[in-house]
Design a binder for this molecule. Structure first.
Ligand SMILES: Nc1ncnc2c1ncn2[C@@H]1O[C@H](COP(=O)(O)OP(=O)(O)O)[C@@H](O)[C@H]1O
Ligand SMILES: [Mg+2]
Length: 299
């Protein structure tokens, strides 16, 4: 059984087809990074999963049941766009209200638990409207965690978080899925951050899933390269280009050779041509570059 199984899902807004024939599989225990450019259909898909908007076509199964089944609906925690909070109420009152909506018994204990989880016990008395963006995100995630849902659907939850907030969210996500039965779908354009925590990925383009893979498959797919610097970068580049088929300069000012050669071989070759390498390392591209390459291929 999977947490989510989507087949041939479509959504039309009038003439506009926002999602078209999308397939998606989220295994149990997955932190599923949902990636795609703006307008590719992530939020629309997430809203359909949670039953916030009706689908035009296709099937969505959550834990083996149709997503409209009240049993499974009750087990989904959601943060899509902004949390439904009342600006004039405190964080505490907003969470208590939501706990009441969900019919949670021992609501105070549960609200304290979720505030502790996002490390914001001290902020309970703040009015929601006075919270920073990062704090609002934490409140939104705390709200989604109320009642310990089996499935969390979080749309861009990392926006506005500082480094500490990012780290805490990674801990929260890892903790949620650790028993292997609960799962998280998290869309984000912060691919470097996502890669630190995601176990699975789905890449959507123009409303279609163009690739799904595990973190291990991504790792295997990411090209390795040797990056180097010398005192004479332009001559170094010219020499490398003579010998190797794929040489690029990266944003940090390193020359990258993708041909699968050893650093030793490059150092000797350049030394023989009168160039001393000042720094050299082997590395591999990350999710961000993988994604950019994939998008270029599709164009
Ligand atoms: N309520 C709506 N009415 C009309 N078009 C919409 C609506 N919601 C989303 N869309 C359109 O559907 C497409 C997908 O949007 P969305 O799912 O929000 O993308 P993403 O979350 O990946 O940025 C976009 O072209 C968007 O303009
Ligand atoms: Mg969106």
């Amino acid at each position: 059984m999977n947490a989510i199984e989507i087949k041939n899902l479509s959504k039309n807004f009038g003439q506009k087809q926002a999602v078209c024939g999308l397939n998606m599989t989220v295994p149990l225990g997955a932190i599923y990074g949902f990636i795609g450019e703006n307008g590719s259909g992530k939020s629309t898909t997430e809203k359909m999963i949670c039953g916030l908007i009706p689908k035009s076509d296709g099937t969505i199964r959550l834990y083996g049941k149709d997503h409209t089944d009240p049993d499974v609906r009750a087990k989904v925690g959601v943060l899509i766009e902004t949390p439904g909070c009342f600006p004039g109420l405190t964080v505490w009152d907003n969470l208590m209200l939501q706990a009441a909506n969900l019919g949670i018994r021992d609501a105070e204990i549960e609200v304290i638990r979720v505030l502790k989880t996002v490390r914001r016990e001290g902020a309970a008395g703040n009015k929601y409207k006075n919270c920073s963006l990062g704090m609002k995100q934490r409140v939104g995630i705390a709200m989604a965690l109320l009642g310990a849902p089996t499935l969390l659907v979080l749309d861009e939850p990392l926006n506005g978080l500082d480094a500490d907030g990012m780290r805490i969210m990674r801990e929260v996500f890892t903790d949620v899925v650790k028993d292997g039965t609960r799962s998280i779908v998290v869309s984000s354009h912060l691919l470097g951050e996502l890669q630190k925590v995601a176990t699975h990925y789905g890449i959507i383009r123009h409303g279609k899933m163009i690739r799904e893979m595990t973190a291990a498959e991504l790792d295997a797919d990411c090209r390795t390269f040797t990056a180097l610097q010398s005192g004479e970068m332009s001559r170094t580049k010219a020499l490398l280009c003579c010998k190797y088929s794929r040489v690029e300069e990266d944003e940090a000012g390193y020359l990258r050779v993708y041909d699968g050669v050893t650093p030793e071989e490059i150092v000797v070759y350049l030394y023989d041509n009168g160039i001393c390498v000042s720094e050299i390392r082997t590395d591999k591209i990350g999710l961000e570059e993988y994604y950019i390459d994939l998008m270029k291929e599709g164009k």
